[in-house]
Design a protein around this ligand. Structure first.
Ligand code: NAD
Ligand code: UGA
Length: 471
């Protein structure tokens, strides 16, 4: 076939589509790249002159957008035109857990994938390589191909032929640009060598050939789920041990170091925390367990389910211990939450551990004051409900749980009974604790779920400190 790719369309301008295509455009000036999305508001934000308004916050992203946008990188809501021009179409749409129907709560909801396949099938012309960038259950390529082929040979004037490849994305939010520039590997699964070569030749613009792994479609699709499951498993493993450290006098950071320096284990993904968040780990493991159950592999499914169970438990035990340490009642007390993003260097709050911690604390009737450098009050409202009345308002009920948003750490912490560090933003490592501690109501507590504070220093300022995994 030997197709020379000149025009790419990426369906889905989200956390993967946006940064991935930005790096592709930057590294391949000869390619014309159109990123399309049904969500016009998102497209408008990608096109906004003010780069601080881009819908995705990622270090290094705005600089690339400034270089490439409207040169060889375009954001548009015109799917039809951009699909019809493309030699290669990336599917980069969301694949969340199904909320109803067969497989609800476990299986991936493939309705957006189905819709994409139909759009590509209808609008594309000539030979088109369709690339699965989204994370998908193993065997999805078969379904996509079936839908695509519905339009093949339908009209003699409009010749169509499709080749489906799997090319899962391994970037992490917060380090996405670096991960895309220097990935550990690029995985391409397919059954047509020429189509594989066409995609490979794009990556070869900046990635060494040795880093490109080629497999069949099913290995590629499944590898992505397994990679996320393994990463999440390490976090649940270390989090489970953090609780054992807390009751035995061991320190989880020492354990991570001692265990992680064994090269067979490795140092990464051994930071104890409030439980993993983000849009993918939970949904991908749930999907893996669903697939295992579908194939009758009950033991395998329950093995991976435990990774999620420990994660939920870790999250819940943190909110419970906050209540317990604050004398068993937090009704009417003020608690400061530092960080609402699911990890540092992103504005993404999907499945953020802070969400459940805040919900649990509010249920107990406390007043939450949230500070996050990149998350907006609107985003928080979407998960915690309407922002609460001001405490000065006559209708404010001091015994009802409430949440508020603050623009500064110091305002958020003023007169609070406790500070909970939920995200490891760099600025939380540089807090002026000497000043801040004076403005808190005593006895005051700091709950560090990310292991970033100097415990003895804070104690010397008269603060009570709980740090994850510290006995
Ligand atoms: P996202 O929700 O941020 O973006 C998906 C976008 O697709 C949305 O803007 C949505 O409007 C758009 N969309 C959905 N259906 C469409 C259609 N038919 N036509 C046009 N646009 C459509 O999701 P994301 O975080 O970018 O994740 C996308 C996929 O990549 C998922 O499968 C995810 O598992 C996978 N993934 C995500 C990450 C990550 O860090 N977020 C990393 C690797 C892989
Ligand atoms: C993760 C994977 O790391 C990516 O390889 C994958 O592409 C992506 O999921 C995906 O498929 O969406 P991401 O969720 O963006 O990336 O971020 P991670 O760095 O993996 O962090 C996930 C969660 O685990 C965060 O809440 C983070 O704080 C937590 N974490 C991470 C820990 O608690 N401890 C650690 O040691 C590492």
């Amino acid at each position: 076939m030997n197709m020379l790719i000149k025009n790419i369309c990426c369906i889905g301008a989200g956390y993967v589509g946006g940064p991935t295509m930005a790096v592709l455009a930057d590294k391949c000036p000869n390619l014309q790249i159109n990123v399309v999305d049904l969500n016009e508001n998102r497209i408008n934000l990608w096109n906004s002159d003010d780069l601080s308004k881009l819908p995705v916050y990622e270090p290094g992203l705005s600089e690339i957008i400034a270089r490439c946008r409207n040169i060889n990188l375009f954001f548009s809501s015109d799917l039809q035109q951009n699909i019809s021009k493309a030699d290669m179409v990336f599917i980069s749409v969301n694949t969340p857990t199904k909320t109803k129907g067969v497989g609800a709560g476990k299986a991936s909801d493939l309705k957006w994938i189905d819709a994409c396949a139909r759009q590509i099938s209808k609008f594309s012309r000539g030979k088109t390589i369709v690339v699965e960038k989204s994370t998908l259950p193993v065997k999805t390529a078969q379904t996509i191909k079936k839908i695509l082929d519905e339009e093949v040979n339908k009209s003699s004037e409009n010749y169509k032929e499709f080749f489906v490849l799997s090319n899962p994305e391994f970037l992490s939010e917060g380090t996405a640009i670096n991960d895309l520039l220097e990935p550990d590997r690029v995985l391409i699964g397919g059954d047509d060598n020429d189509a594989i070569k066409s995609l490979e030749s794009i990556y070869l613009n900046w990635i060494e050939k040795e880093k490109i792994i080629k497999t069949n479609l099913w290995s590629s699709e499944l590898s992505k789920l397994v990679a996320n499951a393994f990463l999440a498993q390490r976090i649940s493993s270390i989090n489970s041990i953090s609780s054992l450290c807390e009751v035995t006098g061991a320190d989880i950071n020492d354990i991570s170091l001692a265990v992680g320096t064994d090269r067979r284990i490795g140092e990464y993904f051994l930071n104890a925390g409030p439980g993993f968040g983000g849009s993918c780990f939970k949904k991908d493991i749930l999907n893996l367990t669903y697939i295992c159950e579908y194939y009758g592999l009950k033991e395998v499914a329950s093995y991976w389910q435990k990774v999620i169970d420990i994660n939920n438990w870790q999250n819940k035990r943190i909110s419970e211990l906050i209540v317990e340490k604050l004398f068993g009642t937090i009704t009417g007390k003020k608690i400061t939450i530092l960080g609402f993003a699911f990890k540092a260097n992103t504005n993404d709050i999907r499945e953020s551990p802070a969400i459940n911690i805040c919900k649990e604390l509010m249920l107990e009737g406390c007043h939450i004051y949230i500070y996050d450098p990149q998350v907006s009050p609107n985003q928080i409202e979407s998960v915690l409900g309407k922002i609460s009345k001001s405490t000065d308002d006559n209708n404010f009920d001091p015994d009802e749980g409430s949440w508020h948003f603050e623009e500064s750490i110091y305002k958020a912490a003023n007169s609070s009974d406790a500070i909970v560090i939920t995200t490891e933003w760099n600025e939380f490592s540089n807090i002026d604790w000497s000043n801040l501690s004076k403005s808190m109501r005593r006895p005051a507590w700091v709950f560090d779920t990310r292991s970033i504070v100097d415990v003895s220093y804070l104690q010397s300022l008269g603060l009570n400190v709980w740090r994850v995994g510290l006995g």
